[in-house]
Design a protein around this ligand. Structure first.
Ligand SMILES: *[C@@H]1O[C@H](CO)[C@@H](O)[C@H](O)[C@H]1NC(C)=O
Length: 172
């Protein structure tokens, strides 16, 4: 099974430097770097990246002191190093985060969603899942809908397509 519906399908895992961060069971690291956005204004850079990774958050560091921040500061976020004119300088914007590895859960299409929920829970225990029928949410495994897997089901409550991972931003 492939992450056909994932927004992050095209993200290759470049040299993630987050070896010290332990991923929860069933998750894999994903990363991307955008060298082509170097030396562009910050707002333009943000818009370009948001088109690729919906809702991703940014950490903005000043070029004069960005080296003092350890990488945990921007895990799951995109770091932008800017100069006094808010131009992205010095290092290409990069993202290193994680997402559920749906390939651990084979062949969910056509199964009753309740069965799929059990399988997901077994393979990716911390994953939150919301189930949608006709675009309306009919079930959720968690009260807060932050970073969840979305299942779409038909009128017989069978899963219609592969799960998608939805990142939702909560403003700090
Ligand atoms: C910021 O970087 C841009 C592009 O390199 C440059 O044109 C601009 O003068 C710089 N601004 C400052 C305050 O260094």
């Amino acid at each position: 099974m492939k992450l056909n519906n994932s927004l992050l399908l095209t993200l290759s895992c470049f040299a993630c430097i987050f070896a010290m961060i332990v991923l929860p069971d069933g998750y894999k690291s994903v990363g991307k770097s955008w060298p082509e956005l170097l030396n562009k204004p910050m707002e333009e850079v943000k818009q370009a990246i948001l088109k690729e990774i919906a809702n991703v958050q940014f950490v903005v560091h000043n070029v004069d002191n960005y080296k003092m921040y350890p990488s945990e500061f921007w895990f799951k976020k995109v770091r932008l190093v800017v100069n006094g004119s808010n131009v992205v300088v010095e290092e290409p914007p990069n993202f290193c985060g994680m997402e559920p590895d749906f390939s651990l859960v084979g062949g969910i299409v056509g199964q009753k969603y309740k069965t799929v929920l059990d399988t997901l829970h077994e393979k990716i225990p911390t994953l939150k899942v919301s189930v949608f029928k006709n675009g309306e949410k009919i079930h959720s495994t968690s009260a807060d809908d932050v970073d969840y897997a979305r299942l779409d089901v038909d009128s017989t409550e069978k899963v219609m397509k592969e799960a998608t991972y939805v990142r939702v931003v909560v403003d700090a």
